[in-house]
Ligand binder design. Structure first.
Ligand code: PEP
Ligand code: MG
Length: 760
């Protein structure tokens, strides 16, 4: 069964057309379980009906025509209960509804399995038999397994259905009843533009068709990729043989070479290019035809060959990708980049061109790509798990970085609505710019300094222009990430010095190296099963005092004559770690004094990111100068939700009462020791959450330069006493949803509704 299951899933995943996907499923499943009928009904939200989408066994002429109202028939019963139904005689069941035209009269045995994706029933997989017997439990289990695996593929294919193959397709012909794809807000703002897909690590199977301009060029691209792969394979095989590997083990490479030289592969691809498809699309078609041929056969040896062909195709495609990595010539200011994920360096390269937005399949609001995009002010949607990356290339997109929605080839009215929003935004930004030199003081006179978060020296100008009163969080890992080795004392000192000089006399909080988790250094790989619960932040630097001391000394040296340095320790989970870190800092300081440097002692703070120290706040506050709450991680660890995992992103909620209670506890306990508390996580840049932080008597906030003006506007238009009342109400509320509603209403009543959209 497992093998059959794998085969079906594989076949489905390599097919892009929804109706074909469904046909494959019903055909293969019927065969596998030896049923008389297998059908799929999908739920249509607009019509609130279930439509027969594919069948093997019933009258297939009625596919797309038979509709069952929600609440009638066995199919909808399965969906309502979201539970399998297994009957020996369906016709005896009170909910049975006969569709005579389907030729269903002769079938009695019935099992219906809901197809569910993220708690939503998408449809029902039905098997029927002539005999009056229930399907065996084994069959039901198999169908449940297959339905669970196929839900994602169906969603994917459903989404693809909305997408024109070629960008020239008339938008008005696209179905109007589609829904946008859902992701997570990555960076505020709205982008309307054309998708440019980036094919990094994309599987050949997902490559789209694309019309070709110069056929000869495409043929050359294909041929030169073939040649490179051929050379690689030859040298690899030679290498392995000289390393003493037995010839028979290396024989597979000979097979690869034979395949590469096979006329069918070369001719078939070239013919497809000549018919107008680009090299990668033509290759995908050829390879999938070959795979299908072998995959059809049940002989395990031949099936292995199908795998070889797939690998080989991927190798050729990768070579081609090397030829056009970043399509720089295709980027313009109405480009929306669409990708699985992009690295910080690629983002930096892309940002040089003033693109309009970014949509990513992976990531979440607090992943580092999103943080960088926010710092750069690029509207971004992340975690769109259904995103068919390569098929989107050239399509018109609307990316809503506030709600996390992505509209593909939307109808005119949606484009108009969002374009209107973009112009409103521009006006609001203008108003916000006028606040730059004004203080962040509440209506009742409480001053809450706003600092900027950064990690790039290049960010300093926007930070200063945003009116930040200093840098509240400088993530030092970026300078480490873009190098091939650990930067030395002098190198680091130079970087920190640039930041501190640019901001002086305003304070700069330098955070010590916070690697591990999702931030890795190519030259210092950390491989763990649970990296977020592993060797991260201060745990790494305390275990490597030589690395830590260089950084501490570099920071202190850079502060010479400036005296605006504050040092922050990340990922603290015990009091002992704080004590040990302070000891090392003192050692570094004493060393420098002994070497004759005149340096002032910096203030020292800890980040509150791990729940354990929430409960030891009073003691911690008694040994540090300030506390900074890193809500990105604090929420992750409090809620046990991986901050980068799109599957659980809905649970990641800064307004969850448990999060608010923890933050209030930190502020209250630290204040008992007269220690100021700041929030430097993304929560500080969300006007609704920031309003509550004001009510909890937060001392300062640190956020991206892009969100800072809005937060200032909110602070200048609210009073701390009002905010305190909101906190009291929020802390006894059930969940984030009701808290959000209360805060939204309150801001709207004050005429600050524009901020809410802008900040979420
Ligand atoms: C945080 O965890 O809130 C934080 C600011 O640190 P980072 O996002 O760099 O992990
Ligand atoms: Mg953190």
């Amino acid at each position: 069964m497992l093998q059959t299951l794998r085969r079906i899933v594989q076949e489905v995943n390599s097919t892009r057309d929804l109706s074909l996907v469904l046909e494959i499923i019903v055909r293969r499943v019927k065969e596998a379980i030896d049923a008389d009928v297998c059908s799929i009904y999908l739920f249509d939200e607009n019509e609130t009906t279930f439509t027969l989408m594919a069948t093997d066994g019933l009258n297939s002429e009625l596919v797309g025509q038979v509709q069952m109202a929600h609440g009638a028939g066995l199919v909808s019963l399965v969906a309502q209960r979201a539970d399998p139904l297994n009957l020996d005689d369906a016709q005896e069941h009170p909910r049975f509804k006969l569709f005579t035209s389907l030729n269903e009269e002769c079938y009695h045995g019935f099992t219906g399995i809901p197809i569910t994706h993220h708690r939503e029933v998408l449809g029902v997989l039905v098997a029927q038999s002539e005999s009056r017997v229930r399907f065996s439990q084994d069959v039901v289990n198999f169908l449940v397994t297959i339905a669970a695996q196929l839900a994602g593929s169906i969603i994917n294919a459903q989404a693809t259905r909305q997408i024109p193959v070629y960008s020239t397709q008339d938008v008005s012909k696209i179905r109007q009843d589609y829904r946008p794809m859902s992701g997570q807000p990555g960076s505020s703002g709205v982008a309307v533009g054309k998708a440019v897909s980036i094919a990094s690590s994309v599987s050949l199977g997902a490559v789209p068709d694309r019309p070709v301009e110069n056929i000869d060029d495409e043929i050359n691209i294909f041929r030169s990729a073939l040649e490179s792969v051929r050379k690689d394979i030859k040298s690899l095989s030679f290498q392995l043989l000289s390393d003493g590997l037995p010839t028979e083990d290396v024989a597979v490479f000979d097979a690869y070479l034979l395949m590469l030289d096979s006329n069918t592969l070369i001719e078939s691809t070239i013919n497809k290019i000549k018919r107008g498809n680009w090299a990668a699309g033509a290759l995908r078609e050829t390879i999938s035809e070959h795979i299908e041929l072998f995959g059809e056969m049940d002989n395990p040896y031949l099936q292995e060959r199908a795998k070889d062909i797939r690998d080989l195709g991927q190798g050729i495609f990768n070579q081609m990708q090397g030829i056009n990595d970043l399509p720089v010539d295709k980027l313009s200011n109405d480009t929306i980049i669409v990708a699985e994920d992009i690295s910080a360096t690629l983002l930096a390269e892309i940002a040089k061109i003033n693109i309009s937005g970014i949509v990513l399949k992976s990531g979440s609001r607090t992943s580092h790509v999103a943080i960088l995009a926010r710092a750069m002010g690029i509207p971004t949607v992340v975690g769109v798990s259904e995103l068919p990356i390569m098929q989107l290339d050239g399509s018109q997109l609307v990316a809503d970085g506030y709600s996390g929605k992505v509209y593909i080839s939307p109808p005119e009215h949606i484009i108009k609505e969002y374009s209107r929003l973009i112009s409103q935004e521009k006006e609001l930004s203008q108003e916000l710019r006028e606040l730059t030199d004004k203080p962040a003081t509440t209506l009742d006179g409480i001053n809450i300094p706003l600092y900027a978060n950064t990690g790039l020296v290049a960010d300093i100008t926007p930070s200063k222009e945003s009116g930040a009163e200093g840098i509240g969080l400088y993530r030092t890992e970026y300078p480490f990430m873009i190098r091939q080795r650990f930067p030395g004392e002098e190198e680091q000192s130079k970087i920190y010095g640039e930041v501190m000089t640019a901001m002086a006399p305003k304070p700069v909080v330098l955070r010590t190296l916070d690697i591990g988790g999702d931030k890795s250094l190519s030259y210092f790989p950390i491989e763990e099963d649970n990296p977020f619960l592993g060797w991260r932040g201060i745990r790494v630097t305390l275990d490597h005092p030589e690395i830590f001391m260089i950084q501490l000394r570099a920071m202190l040296l850079a502060s010479k004559g400036l005296n605006n340095l504050q040092i922050l320790f990340p990922m603290i989970s015990t009091v002992g770690e704080v004590e040990d870190s302070i000891k090392l800092l003192e050692r570094a300081y004493d060393e420098l004094l002994a070497e004759g440097h005149k340096i002032n002692k910096p203030k020292v703070g800890v980040m509150v990111e791990v729940p354990s120290i929430v409960f030891q706040m009073r003691r911690i506050a008694s040994i540090v100068d300030f506390v900074s709450i890193g809500t990105n991680d604090l929420i992750q660890y409090l809620m046990a939700v991986d901050r980068n995992n799109a599957n659980v992103a809905e649970l990641y909620e800064s307004l969850n009462p448990a999060v608010l209670i923890a933050i209030k506890l930190v502020i209250d306990e630290a204040h008992k020791e007269n220690i100021p508390v700041s929030v430097c996580g993304e929560m500080a840049g969300d006007p609704l959450a920031a309003l509550l932080l004001v009510g909890m008597s937060i001392d300062s906030l640190s956020t991206s330069a892009a969100s800072l003006p809005r937060i200032k506007w909110m602070i200048r238009n609210c009073s701390q006493s009002e905010a305190q009342e909101l906190v009291e109400k929020a802390l006894v509320m059930k969940d984030a949803y009701v808290i959000k509603n209360m805060l939204t209403n309150s801001l709207e009543k004050k005429g600050l509704g524009g901020l809410i959209r802008a900040g979420r």
